[in-house]
Design a protein around this ligand. Structure first.
Ligand code: NAP
Length: 253
């Protein structure tokens, strides 16, 4: 019996590593958005399922004993699909989601908005914004061709960008001093980000706070009401005990 992990996050890779080390059959699913993803241990499949029915079929095909939705907090569609697919297939589901940055010491000073369009509107007076909201949000900032925008992305942009925009291609984690240097070197006057949470990319918020740079932050989208665990260790324990229960159920039926 298999544990299926919907991945694309550091935590998903860590969970796969823990379960594989414990001898669990794991398949991690990646959307296939990034060029050369960091691959987790165990089996890996890449690409969309084709919606709820495709995911449900996949769970049945894999004889999935459990599904862990460890996707990014901003990947709301796949989480919604997971919640529906498990109800069609009677598969136990848990969500592994790192806490957001709402309790960061600076959080009360940030401007919280609901989406990229609102972030653009909130930061429209800035002349040198630092955009770390992800490749998919770039169209919302198209009206900023008249200013020096610094953008940090994992993969290159899909369409040509205005001549005044500078792209840094990199993947975290980032250090406090590195982030501080970027903010100062580019004379950044507003930092735009989303509430991804976790330690890998939090340093920019610490540095912006210390330099007095305003932050506009996109709040997390709604997720379906699914049991949610905050740590890899909890998700590993849940996966193993769910596997045990399902194995007992199958052998006694
Ligand atoms: P999304 O909007 O929730 O999903 C869009 C579609 O992509 C889904 O309907 C599904 O296609 C496919 N998909 C998404 N995650 C998948 C997975 N783990 N395995 C197989 N198919 C998947 O997702 P997104 O925001 O585009 O993010 C895509 C992936 O990148 C996620 O897995 C997420 O963990 C990772 N990621 C996202 C962000 C972010 O800011 N959004 C940041 C870092 C990493 P079908 O309907 O065809 O199944």
């Amino acid at each position: 019996m298999t544990v299926v992990i919907l991945g694309g996050t550091v935590e998903a890779r860590q969970l796969a590593a823990v379960l594989v080390a414990d001898g669990v059959d794991v398949v991690s699913s990646l959307a296939g958005r990034v060029g050369s993803p960091s691959l987790p241990p165990g089996r890996v499949r890449v690409g969309g399922f084709g919606g709820v029915s495709g995911l449900a079929e996949y769970l049945l095909d894999q004889r999935a004993a459990a599904l862990v939705d460890a996707t990014h907090p901003f990947a709301a569609t796949i989480s919604g699909n997971a919640a529906q697919a498990v109800s069609l297939t009677d598969t136990p589901l848990v969500r592994l989601e790192r806490p957001g940055w709402g309790k960061h010491p600076g959080a009360g000073f940030w401007t919280w908005v609901s989406d990229a369009a609102a972030a653009q509107a909130a930061a429209d007076s800035a002349r040198r914004p630092f955009l770390t909201t992800g490749r998919q949000t770039l169209p919302s900032f198209a009206s900023w061709a008249d200013r020096d925008v610094l953008i940090r992305l994992v993969d290159p942009p899909l369409t040509p960008l205005p001549a005044r925009w500078t792209v840094i291609l990199s993947r975290g984690p980032y250090s406090y001093w590195g982030e501080r240097q970027i903010l100062r070197e580019h004379a950044i006057d507003v930092l735009l980000t989303k509430d991804s949470g976790g330690a890998h990319t939090v340093a920019k918020l610490d540095a912006a706070g210390d330099l007095g740079i305003p932050v506009v932050i996109i709040a997390r989208p709604e997720h379906p009401p699914v049991r949610t665990l905050r740590t890899v260790a909890e998700a590993a324990t849940w996966s193993k005990s769910t596997l045990d229960l399902r194995s007992v159920g199958r052998s006694s039926s």
